[in-house]
Design a protein around this ligand. Structure first.
Ligand code: ADP
Ligand code: ZN
Length: 432
């Protein structure tokens, strides 16, 4: 059973006590690491005086750059012989970051994922097809071990290779899939192009969407295509990976497991706490991890939290879906825009297909935004004036949201490039 009732419905007072005990241990562990030992000395912090979540404000936040500067062992708090695995970020942009895990860290992480899966109804008799890439990326292995812990038959198929995915879906009658949202849209189209209906020819009834920001519209499309429920799964490698926050059956916000993390949501500029409903940056402190304690990690992910208790009875903090990353925002002719605003508009237009991309360029000192949008195949059979009217409608709806006029280009399905991992939606040629 992975309904950890006592801990999932813990009272605020008990949670506070638990968090304080774990924070104390975490600070002791952090003091063993070269990075925090130096930080505590420089900032004249006595870790034994930091007792509550409120006291955390005396510790400067840790950034991705700090993690990089600590490469390779700056954040390690146990002897290397105790470490049984590491995960590392891709490192395509500079020095990689490394997170080490002891055996008990891995056991706790699996537990965290098993609990999350149980929350959305995954059970022992499910067949779980894990369409995330295995390896250093945490989405694959992280979810894998959680699903095994829960007892579901787990198929470690990994990312991509759509034909094989479809073959497995058909022959093993997978009931649960874990998939990147942009790929879920593409896969459902591919299934249809093979003459199959993802809704009736397969047995998928639970879809776990994770690893990249996506709108409510995208979720609805995925649900409709597969005739299944899709749940939002949030995680990041610095905080283990999947299992940090997960939706429950009510699908309004994700429960962020507060027996594992201390959560702050702050104004990203001045780091003051946000009110419920106010968008801010998520800052997380690990309190249930040995090998790599991280204090006040700036995730750059933007969300807000709900004040009202969740009808499911879980008391852990409920955060909204991730609205974007602080560093995703781009400035176009003086207007601040998040790619997610564009996605939200596009995915609510029924004629729009599965893929789109935004290309920013500069011509004669003037910024140009071109949005290439795949539209449903049947529309290309129609007359030109119809397409032109659709193009105008899409342009107008986008302008109403982002307040500038993009150049909208309608293209046939399957023409825009796709990625095996997270989708690349924004290409900013102004910086090149
Ligand atoms: P990398 O840093 O190499 O992209 P990570 O797995 O650590 O690999 O990426 C974590 C990031 O992915 C998060 O900080 C967040 O921006 C994004 N992410 C993960 N899950 C979700 C989700 N459900 N919704 C929105 N964004 C997500
Ligand atoms: Zn809930």
């Amino acid at each position: 059973m992975y309904w950890e009732k006592e801990i999932e419905t813990i009272s605020p007072e008990e949670l506070k006590t638990l968090q304080q005990e774990r924070l104390k241990l975490t600070l002791q562990r952090a003091a063993q690491t070269p990075f925090y030992r130096k930080l505590f000395a420089q900032a004249k912090i006595k870790p034994e005086l930091i007792k509550t979540k409120e006291d955390l404000q005396f510790i400067p936040p840790t950034t991705k750059e700090d993690l990089r500067s600590g490469f390779p062992f700056g954040f390690l708090s146990v002897p290397l012989t105790e470490v049984v695995r590491l995960h590392s970020s891709s490192g395509t942009t500079g020095t990689p970051t490394v997170i080490y895990h002891t055996a008990s860290d891995l056991a706790r992480w699996s537990n965290q994922v098993a609990r999350s899966l149980f929350t959305v109804g995954v059970r022992k008799n499910d067949i779980f097809q894990n369409m995330m890439s295995y390896g250093l990326f945490t989405g694959g292995l992280g979810m894998h071990y959680g699903a095994e812990r829960l007892g579901a038959m787990t198929i470690p198929i990994g990312a991509g290779n759509s034909k094989r995915q479809i073959w497995f879906l058909k022959h093993f009658k997978s009931t649960v899939i874990h998939i990147i949202p942009s790929y879920a849209l593409l896969l459902s189209n591919l299934i249809k192009s093979e003459g199959l209906d993802p809704k009736t020819d397969f047995n998928v009834n639970i879809i776990l969407l994770g690893a990249e920001p996506h709108s409510e519209g995208t979720r609805k499309r995925v649900e409709q295509a597969f005739g299944a429920k899709a749940y939002n799964s949030y995680g990041l490698s610095e905080m283990n990976g999947p299992g940090v926050a997960f939706e429950c059956g009510y699908q309004t916000g994700m429960h962020l497991w507060e027996d594992y993390y201390l959560v702050e949501i702050v104004n990203p500029k001045i780091l003051t706490p946000c009110q419920p409903g106010e968008l801010g940056e998520i800052i997380l402190t690990t309190i249930n991890r040995e090998a790599t304690p991280i204090l006040r990690y700036r995730t750059k992910d933007l969300a807000f939290y709900y004040q009202e208790p969740c009808p499911c009875g879980r008391t852990h903090l409920r955060i909204s879906r991730i609205q974007g990353r602080a560093d995703d925002m781009f400035i176009f002719r003086g207007v601040n825009i998040f790619p997610n605003q564009i996605e939200t508009v596009l995915m609510n237009i029924p004629e729009v297909g599965a893929n789109y991309r935004i290309i920013l360029s500069r011509e004669d000192y003037r910024d140009i935004m071109r949005i290439e949008v795949e539209i449903k195949p049947e529309l290309f059979a129609g007359e030109l004036p119809k397409l032109e009217r659709l193009r105008e409608r899409i342009t107008n709806e986008l302008r109403a949201e982002i307040l500038v006029t993009p150049q909208v280009v309608l293209v046939e399905p399957g023409t825009l490039p796709t990625q095996e991992g997270k989708a690349i939606r924004l290409i900013d040629k102004r910086k090149l």
